[in-house]
Every structure is written in structure tokens, then in C-alpha cells.
Design a binder for this molecule. Structure first.
Ligand code: KIV
Ligand code: ZN
Length: 513
């Protein structure tokens, strides 16, 4: 029988540490639901002590998710562990993941602690965590640059204290596959009680080796991989979940392991993360890039038509690319619309939400001949916004843009239910529209990112716009989609303003981890 490889997803924690990738509580719950549907074993939902917002998000996810273990990160101190323990309390299965740095440079320069003190603190932390759960993971931060004798010593001590999973992170992305595998092999061999725990890897991608290092460690005996959707994460990111899972599945001759992952949920998860965070997926990205299954050269196309496996090692539909992308048109009815949403795994909470999405679908179908799955994803993401999150709403927008003249925009917004008008000139139609909105809202927020992406092909495609705003340490991403990119932009900007308006405590302690 094949051994199980635990897939530990940290998109909501390490992934969220990417600059500007912060998510609202509702967005995190959507992501967690998608991860649960994909059947990841463990969801690291956040770092409870980082802020009250993080704590509440973890708690809400712990309430909502039943089929994955919910984990919170905690530094090796009593306060962090108590916050983590409280946050995961509602979970059917909850884990505390505590960590302390073990490399000479981190212990001396950052912690200012001696190796003996670090071991003592780590052991105490396991004791605090055991008051909440038996499912405790211990990480030796910067293990990739730590001395192996010291790692053996601290791991033996925390296993004795009750840790069940031992994680060996390459925090700074310094490791090289053969050497990292050798470290893992030696740890498992030398730590006397190593058979009592699951060994785990957590790799960063600074040298582009996160996935290779993780897989090398798996071959050396690790049975948990920590990874993120699209490889999102601190600096150059973490190991990409989709690459790890598909490598293990595609090469059973090398990896005699199985995961629980429903791989058909990979592409929907990738799109969801990209849309929420505003981090685009590069077209040539393995597994989830738009070109990952596109054959351009004549020789390849000919080969694939004759026999798919001449040039394809995976099937596009196995990772969730829909084969028949054309789904609905102008004459499709509410039932066809609803059942396509169900096939895509999209659940709208109420009949009103379905009706509102259907009305928007009809409106879109009037302007756009063919509606694709991607259009439906963009369309319904607007329905996830609840009325109380829509303090600012676009009622009307008009832009005048002609050669040699400065573009001019007029907008009418509903602000807390009251209609207000604004107008402004700008460098282009989008700039003018944003300034017209600002003439009403006066947000004082700084625009960090504005990006437009065509959802499908053709000039009638919907443009999906991401707008990132920052104000007083808060960073939010807004999304909007429409066949008219000025309207998509206005929606995206207002979506971000609404998030700023309703976010009370999104001040992140990003530098702490
Ligand atoms: O990269 C790292 O070391 C981490 C730990 C907190 C596991 O993210
Ligand atoms: Zn990390």
C-alpha cells in the first residue's frame, strides 16, 4: 500500500505574507472552502497573534471547515500559543504550529538567545500548546542554515515534549536539492525518536528551487509538504502546491505515495487566489499557466492529434481546465445557468444571489456573444459582496475621450444610500474616472497597483481589473469585471474602497515572522 503524503497549504499564512496579498476575512473563508473542496489535509489559516483580524479569520475558518485540519502559526511564546489555541478551538480538527529560529545567525543576531535557551523555550512551547491540542507541529526556522547536530538535539527534545510533526524549513531559500535531501535523511536517521513523528518540508523559492528541494526531501523520507497555491509567499514565494501534487501523481514510478487531493480543483483554486490577491499567473507557469497545455509548434500539434501522450504528460482536465469552454449564451435560461454554476462548484448563498447573478449574466450576454466559464467566475465573484460591504456603489459613469482633448469623467455613486455626483479630468479615461470617484470619496488612499487582464479572448472579452490601495498600514485589493474596462476599473476601485471602509484592524505584523 502506498504511504500518504500530507499536503499542508499555507496560502492563507505564508502566502498572505506576499507584499499586498492581504485578504479580507470573507475572502479567506472562500479560499479555505476551496482548499477543503480540493481536499488538502491541513490549512494553515493564519497567524493568530499577528492581529485581531487574523485571529477572527482563523476562528471563522475553524467554524466553517470540517474536512481539513485548521492550523494557526505561533511563535514559541506563551501569548502567541494561547492566541493560536483559542483561535483553533472551534475546529473539528485543530493544530498549533509553533516555531523558533535555530541557525547561528538567527539565534545570535535576531533572538539574542543561546542555543540552550532556544531548546528550553521550544520545549516549554510544546507544553503550552498541549493544553489546547495534541496535534502540535514544531518548526526550526532557518533550518536550511542550521547546524545538523543542533537540529538533532532540539528535535529530539520537542518530540519528547509531545510534538507530532517536525518541520524543516528552508526559510531563506538557500538549500540545494541533493544537500537538503541529505539533511532530511540524516535527521530521520539520527534523531532517536524520529519514528514518532511526521517529517515535513517547507521551502522558499529564492533560488527557484522550492519545489525541487521539497521533492528531494520527500524522497529522503519527508511525509508532509508545506506549499501554497501558485507558489504565492514571502519574497520569491513558497513551493507551489500544484507542482508538488502533480509531480507526485505523474511519477508514481519515483514517488510511491498518494495524496488526498482532488486535482480537478487545482485550476479553480489558482484562479481564485490570483483574482483575490491581484497576483497574476504567468502564462508559462507549470500546471496552472494559460499556456501549460497549449501546443504551438506544428510538430507538437501533429503529435498530440495523433496520440496525446506524445507531448502531454498530464491531462488538462485532470487539473481542472475545462475541456468544453463555451458554456452559455443569450438564450440560456436560469436553470442552465444555475446548473453550470453547480458544475463549476460555485455555490451562491441564497436565491436572491442566484437571481442577481442571473440578471447580470443576461446583461453580459447581450453585450458578449459567448459566455465562458471564466466569465461566470468573474460574474459571481461580484455576488459574494454583501450589501453591508457596499458602502460605495456605482450608479452611473460617463467618460469622454477624444484625440487631442483631456479625457473627462462623470460619475454618480450611492454613498451609504445617498446619491452623490462627481466629475474630473485625467490623463486617460481610467485616471479621470478614479479622480471623479475621489472627488466624492476623498479617501486619501494611495494606489499601489492597477492591472487589467482580459478574462477570455476576443475584443468583446471582459476585462478583469485589480486595484490595490493602501492607507494607514492597511492594504486591500479590489476586483471588478466588465466588457467595458472603464466600468470594470471603477468597480474594482470602489470594491477596494469598500474594503478599506469596512476593514477595522487589518494592520499586519508582517515583519514578525
Ligand atoms: O519560512 C519559514 O521558516 C516559515 C516558518 C514560520 C515555518 O514560514
Ligand atoms: Zn515560510
Amino acid at each position: 500500500m502506498k504511504q500518504h503524503l500530507v499536503i499542508f497549504d499555507t496560502t492563507l499564512r505564508d502566502g498572505e505574507q506576499s507584499p499586498g496579498a492581504s485578504m479580507t476575512r470573507e475572502e479567506k473563508i472562500r479560499v479555505a472552502r476551496q482548499l477543503e473542496k480540493m481536499r488538502v489535509d491541513v490549512i494553515e489559516a493564519g497567524f493568530a497573534a499577528a492581529s485581531p483580524g487574523d485571529f477572527e479569520s482563523i476562528q471563522a475558518i475553524a467554524h466553517a471547515i470540517k474536512d481539513s485540519t485548521i492550523c494557526s502559526l505561533a511563535r514559541a511564546n506563551e501569548n502567541d500559543i494561547n492566541r493560536a489555541g483559542e483561535a483553533i478551538k472551534p475546529a473539528k480538527s485543530g493544530r498549533i504550529h509553533t516555531f523558533i529560529a535555530t541557525s547561528p545567525i538567527h539565534m545570535e543576531k535576531k533572538l539574542r538567545m543561546s542555543p540552550d535557551q532556544v531548546v528550553e523555550q521550544a520545549v516549554k512551547s510544546i507544553g503550552w500548546a498541549r493544553q489546547y491540542t495534541d496535534d502540535i507541529e514544531f518548526s526550526a526556522e532557518d533550518a536550511g542554515r542550521s547546524e545538523i547536530d543542533f537540529l538533532c538535539r532540539i528535535f529530539e527534545a520537542v518530540i519528547k515534549a509531545g510534538a507530532r510533526t517536525i518541520n524543516v524549513p528552508d526559510t531563506v531559500g538557500y538549500a540545494i536539492p541533493f544537500q537538503y535531501a541529505e539533511t532530511m535523511r540524516q535527521l530521520i536517521e539520527r534523531v532517536p525518536n524520529s519514528d514518532k513523528v511526521i517529517w515535513s518540508v517547507h521551502c522558499h523559492n529564492d533560488l527557484g528551487l522550492a519545489v525541487s528541494n521539497s521533492l528531494a526531501a520527500v524522497l529522503a523520507g519527508a511525509r508532509q509538504v508545506e506549499c501554497t497555491i501558485n507558489g504565492l509567499g514571502e519574497r520569491a514565494g513558497n513551493a507551489a502546491l500544484e507542482e508538488i501534487v502533480m509531480a507526485v501523481r505523474t511519477r508514481p514510478d519515483i514517488f510511491e505515495l498518494e495524496t488526498r487531493i482532488d486535482t480537478t480543483q487545482i485550476v479553480p483554486a489558482s484562479k481564485l487566489i490570483s483574482q483575490i490577491t491581484g497576483y497574476p499567473v504567468q502564462p508559462n507557469k507549470a500546471v496552472v499557466g494559460a499556456n501549460a497545455f497549449a501546443h504551438e509548434s506544428g510538430i507538437h500539434q501533429d503529435g498530440v492529434l495523433k496520440h496525446r501522450e506524445t507531448y502531454e504528460i498530464m491531462r488538462a482536465q485532470d487539473v481542472g481546465w475545462s475541456q468544453n469552454k463555451l458554456v452559455l449564451g443569450k438564450h440560456s435560461g436560469r436553470n442552465a445557468f444555475k446548473s453550470r454554476l453547480q458544475e463549476l462548484g460555485i455555490e451562491l448563498e441564497s436565491d436572491e444571489a442566484v437571481n442577481a447573478a442571473f440578471a447580470r449574466f443576461k446583461e453580459l450576454a447581450d453585450r458578449k456573444h459567448e459566455i465562458f466559464d471564466e466569465d461566470l467566475h468573474a460574474l459571481v465573484s461580484d455576488e459574494v459582496v454583501t450589501p453591508d460591504q457596499e458602502h460605495y456603489k456605482l450608479l452611473y459613469s460617463h467618460v469622454c475621450s477624444e484625440t487631442g482633448e483631456m479625457p473627462h469623467a462623470k460619475v454618480i455613486l450611492s454613498v451609504g444610500g445617498v446619491e452623490q455626483k462627481g466629475e474630473a479630468g485625467g490623463g486617460g479615461p481610467v485616471d479621470a474616472t478614479f479622480k471623479a470617484i475621489e472627488s466624492i470619496v476623498n479617501s486619501g488612499a494611495e494606489l499601489m497597483l492597477y492591472s487589467v487582464n482580459a478574462i477570455t479572448t476576443g475584443t468583446d472579452a471582459q476585462g478583469e481589473v485589480t486595484t490595490r490601495l493602501t492607507k494607514a498600514d492597511r492594504v486591500v485589493n479590489g476586483n471588478g469585471a466588465d466588457t467595458d474596462i472603464v466600468i470594470a476599473s471603477a468597480r474594482s476601485y470602489l470594491n477596494a474602497l469598500n474594503k478599506l471602509h469596512s476593514s477595522l484592524d487589518k494592520v499586519k505584523a508582517q515583519g514578525d515572522v
